[in-house]
Design a binder for this molecule. Structure first.
Ligand code: SF4
Length: 332
């Protein structure tokens, strides 16, 4: 399939418009393009909607770590896996705000708060809403990832000032059941609907390198790109193989397959910010640079991503300097 035929549904001839009718065959064909052609197309589309020198920077803080009732096979925080991650309590509001001030000083424009819950309880949601109000008052964009939400909970978070809610689809609908058994793909779609109904921006992506095939990576991108609205942020994570999780022995994904996933996400969701998320700690600078060329335009700053290591701000600043990249303003 050629590039022209991939976009055969298009009323406009060129790839780059926002579509919600991607077929699996079209996305598969993008994955199969010669690497230079895929990269060129991703970069061309990236430039239609973004300044290619800008990278949005977020910081992620685990406000409640470990002991999660869900059984996500990749996650060291699941109570189902013996990974040595201790179950902690929800952090105090002041401690979270101190971390948010430090993140802002380090250049972050968005502060994400993650809690290892199946879903938030009423009392905990009160505390998280107070955190959201406090972080917002510092002039940062706010983001939370707290598990499943119903519409009432989403509206409360919106009223507190929540800008983004993260809830990933993780993988293709077919592969999903081998990764998580304690909640369904449809549960995830229902939470995304509740978040959208509350007019909170959606951060939703997935994880690659979990033993899935290219068909599943294509299925994941189709599921994301055919949501009623494209997520404003699309995190693409590379599995961090944590000892004690069922995926600790997963085969290592070829870096080019990771870069291809970023490029296809960029082409399928042209106006979304694509985030190069977990897995950067073990990624070469060259691979990260290819990801930026493929259309990634967001990263997490900070030495830890919830419980797994991430490059420190100094390493990131040095890489951005080498590549001539600069932080995106919060308003963008
Ligand atoms: S990914 Fe989230 S929901 Fe799944 S086990 Fe980890 S903390 Fe729980």
């Amino acid at each position: 399939m050629s590039l022209a035929s991939i976009d055969s549904h298009a009323s406009q001839p060129a790839l780059g418009r926002v579509r919600h009718d991607w077929t699996r065959a079209e996305i598969r064909a993008l994955f199969a393009l010669p690497f230079p052609e895929l990269m060129f197309e991703a970069q061309r589309i990236h430039r239609l909607h973004f300044d290619p020198s800008e990278v949005q920077i977020s910081t992620l803080l685990s406000i409640k770590t470990g002991g999660c009732a869900e059984d996500c096979a990749y996650c060291p925080q699941s109570a189902h896996h013996d990974t040595g991650v201790e179950a902690g309590k929800l952090m105090a509001i002041d401690a979270v705000l101190a971390e948010a001030r430090a993140a802002k000083a380090a250049g972050a424009s968005r502060f994400c708060m993650g809690a290892a819950w199946r879903e938030p309880k009423a009392r905990d949601l009160d505390t998280v809403c107070a955190m959201v109000e406090g972080v917002k008052a510092l002039g940062l964009e706010t983001c939370a990832t707290l598990g499943m939400l119903d519409q009432g909970q989403a509206h409360r978070l919106k009223a507190a000032g929540l800008d983004y809610y993260n809830h990933n689809l993780d993988t293709s609908p077919e592969f999903y059941g081998t990764i998580i058994t304690t909640r369904t793909f449809q549960d995830r779609l229902d939470t995304l609907d509740a978040v959208r109904a509350a007019e909170i921006n959606v951060c939703c992506g997935g994880i690659v390198g979990m033993g899935e095939g290219v068909e599943d990576r294509a299925g994941m991108i189709v599921a994301l790109a055919n949501l009623p609205m494209h997520p404003e942020s699309v995190p693409i994570n590379l599995l961090v193989k944590v000892e004690g999780t069922p995926l600790t022995g997963a085969a290592t994904l070829d870096p080019f397959d990771f870069v291809r996933t970023i490029a296809v996400a960029r082409i399928a969701m042209p106006k979304s910010v694509v985030r190069l998320s977990a897995g950067r700690e073990d990624m070469s600078e060259e691979t990260q640079a290819l990801c930026f060329l493929a259309g990634a335009n967001s990263i997490f700053y900070g030495p830890k991503l919830l419980t797994t290591p991430n490059p420190g701000p100094d390493r990131d600043r040095a890489l951005m300097h080498k590549l001539g990249l600069r932080p995106m303003d919060p308003a963008e």
